[in-house]
Design a protein around this ligand. Structure first.
Ligand SMILES: Cc1cc2nc3c(=O)[nH]c(=O)nc-3n(C[C@H](O)[C@H](O)[C@H](O)COP(=O)(O)OP(=O)(O)OC[C@H]3O[C@@H](n4cnc5c(N)ncnc54)[C@H](O)[C@@H]3O)c2cc1C
Length: 596
């Protein structure tokens, strides 16, 4: 059976040493987040996820959800685990104090999120969806709507969902058909079918607040005619108590590849009562407000699965004995050496480790942009942080989820045939991982978003700001002892990204297929540069602490060794990626469709 140990020390290193979160204690959300409180939360989150979530992950995946007589049930133990999560106040960690939240920094929420997904992805999705839905209501709701729904959602007593997809439309939501008819009392009657709705129905909470995209009768076709509605499973009465069951029901549960313990529902809306959320026909804008934070949550799924798969692969590689080390037996008294002596097994483990630790730093950097954009007293700083987050979001969502799948696959490879056998849990990790590049906007769409919308944003000002952050770091540290090689390699990678950006600017306007055909490569090139910056930043901190004799010296030395691996084995991929961008799309598009 697989095991899980939450990366508490890595988070402490990042939060206290690399990013020095204390520097933000003039922000409301950081005021109470003292180092002691941060440590206590990380340690308690580790206990929750290691002891409550993880033990029912494998059994939950095997059992899956069920639908009987119209009632959806989650696997054995999920309700009890969810109750512990809710009673522990975890759902409210980063929620607005005005509605019962604890108002703590979102960067702390990111750490909790990673641990929950690593330990039990299917279970973690129920509160994850609630968070997305409650934040959307927070951003767009009237005072009345916020007062009605937020306290119970922030406490975790009620859950939430996001309903976009329909049978004939996923990426192209302009085609959606779910309709909304205005009632005399100002509410709407919602009718239509939504598919693939995560956490769409369950018994974990007494009510579920669905956020549903629909077209008001008479509204324009396409994206400009879509509105967003609050559709509660049970109507909430004026006194806040629950009334009648609304006209929304689960028609079926999807049979799927992974995350079996999360109920992926087909939801039928049959004249369900809905309440307009945000302005009429601006539903896509309301949804997109929340996208950056939701997509960062999905990016964390890639990291989370890589982390837990890696931990189990490393444990196995230390135990499993096969063959002898190429340089001579390491354990001559045993029948064979453990497979961790083999460089090819090391290559897989080091790749996963460099990805996980680099991604964690990169994701925390992005999450901090959310905290800055909400909390900084200076408007200029808030705007810049928001822009940086918007730029980084598609990069992290796509790169981290693609690499999450690769990391889970590499981890499985370390176990040989046993990795393919269910008992060891690696195949569950790989199956679970595969959804993340698909939902919350496919990774292909993330790449188009980066190249088509984010690069030209504000006439290129935002991408130039990204270049500047990295160039400033290089200029400040290229002569710092021990940092020279990292800075020099990072500068070359940055130069490749700048050249690829220039190529796109010069060629994509004249032929948009050049943007579409190379966006995936450009995104990965940028992700490696961002991760290179994150690794260089960690290396700088580790070197400084080692020189001062502070911290756990073995932990810090290991950071530097993993940084070395990243710079020599992963960052060089930027060379090939630049070449692929500059090759354009001619060869991608040359074959006639019938010959595929
Ligand atoms: C397990 C699971 C859970 C889900 N949870 C939810 C949920 O909670 N709520 C919800 O609303 N939806 C949910 N979804 C739906 C998910 O978000 C969609 O499946 C996804 O957005 C893709 O839509 P699609 O499946 O219709 O694929 P399509 O849109 O048909 O896309 C097929 C392929 O074509 C590509 N493509 C499409 N258009 C373009 C374009 N313009 N340019 C380039 N490439 C393009 C896509 O990238 C993809 O590779 C879930 C899906 C699954 C499987």
């Amino acid at each position: 059976m697989p095991t899980y140990k939450a990366p508490v020390n890595d988070y402490k290193f990042l939060m206290h040493n690399v990013f020095n979160l204390q520097q933000y204690n003039n922000y409301q959300s950081f005021k109470e987040a003292t180092p002691d409180l941060i440590d206590a939360i990380l340690e308690e989150a580790a206990k929750l996820t290691e002891n409550i979530f993880q033990p029912i992950n494998q059994s939950g995946g095997e059992e899956g959800c069920s639908l009987e007589n119209g009632i959806v049930s989650t696997p054995k133990g999920f309700k009890e685990a969810y109750d512990q999560f809710r009673e522990g106040g975890w759902q409210s960690l980063t929620g607005d104090p005005e509605y019962g939240g604890q108002g703590l920094p979102l960067s702390l929420g990111v750490a909790l999120n990673e641990m929950m997904i690593s330990s039990n992805w299917g279970l973690a999705m129920y509160p994850g969806l609630t968070k997305g839905a409650s934040e959307t209501i927070h951003a767009w709701g009237t005072d009345d709507q916020k007062g009605t729904y937020l306290p119970n959602m922030i406490s975790g007593d009620w859950a939430g969902t996001m309903n976009l997809t329909e049978p004939h439309c996923g990426t192209d939501l302009g085609l959606l058909r779910t309709k909304a008819d205005l009632n005399d009392d100002g509410s709407y009657s919602i009718s239509g079918t939504k598919i693939f709705i995560s956490a769409g129905d369950h018994e974990l909470t007494e009510n579920i607040i669905h956020l549903v995209l629909a077209r008001i009768s008479g509204a324009p076709d396409g994206m400009d005619g879509i509105s967003l509605f609050i559709v509660p499973k049970f109507i909430v009465k004026d006194d806040g108590s629950l009334g009648d069951r609304n006209g929304v029901s689960c028609g079926s549960l999807e049979e799927k590849m992974g995350i079996h313990s999360n109920a992926t529902c087909l939801l039928n809306y049959d004249n369900a009562t809905g309440y307009l959320l945000g302005p009429e026909n601006k539903g896509m804008r309301a949804m997109f407000t929340m996208m950056n934070e939701a997509r960062l949550g999905v990016a964390m799924q890639g990291l989370a699965i890589a982390e837990v798969a890696q931990q189990n692969a490393a444990d196995y590689a230390r135990e499993r004995i096969q063959g002898r080390a190429l340089t001579g037996a390491k354990f001559p008294d045993d029948a064979a050496d453990p497979i961790i002596v083999h460089p090819d097994v090391r290559r897989m483990l080091m790749t996963n480790r460099a990805f996980s630790e680099g991604s964690r730093a990169m994701a925390l950097w992005a999450a901090l942009q959310i905290d800055i954009s909400h909390g900084d007293p200076e408007e200029d700083a808030r705007v810049k942080a928001k822009d940086m987050l918007a730029l980084l979001t598609p990069v992290l969502k796509s790169y981290m989820t693609d690499q999450g799948v690769e990391a889970a696959s590499r981890a499985m490879q370390c176990l040989g045939g046993h990795g393919y056998i269910c008992e060891w849990g690696m195949e569950q990790f790989l199956r679970d991982a595969r959804i993340a590049p698909i939902y919350e906007g496919t990774n292909g769409i993330q790449a188009l978003d980066l190249v088509g919308r984010k690069l030209p944003r504000k006439n290129g000002e935002v991408i130039r700001a990204f270049f500047k952050v990295i160039q400033n770091f290089i200029d400040d540290n290229k002569e710092t002892e021990g940092l020279e090689k990292y800075c020099s390699l990072l500068e070359k990678a940055l130069g490749r990204q700048q050249a690829a950006t220039m190529w796109l600017m010069q060629n994509a306007l004249e032929n948009p297929d050049h943007a579409g055909g190379t966006a995936h490569y450009y995104l990965n090139l940028m992700a490696l540069v961002a991760m290179g910056y994150s690794w260089a930043n960690m290396a700088l901190t580790a070197k400084t602490m080692i020189a001062a004799g502070e911290g756990d010296q073995a932990f810090l030395q290991n950071k530097l060794k993993t940084a070395d691996f990243f710079f020599t084995h992963l960052l060089p991929e930027t060379t090939a990626l630049r070449i692929k961008v500059e090759a354009g799309s001619d060869d991608v598009m040359s074959l006639d469709a019938q010959y595929f």
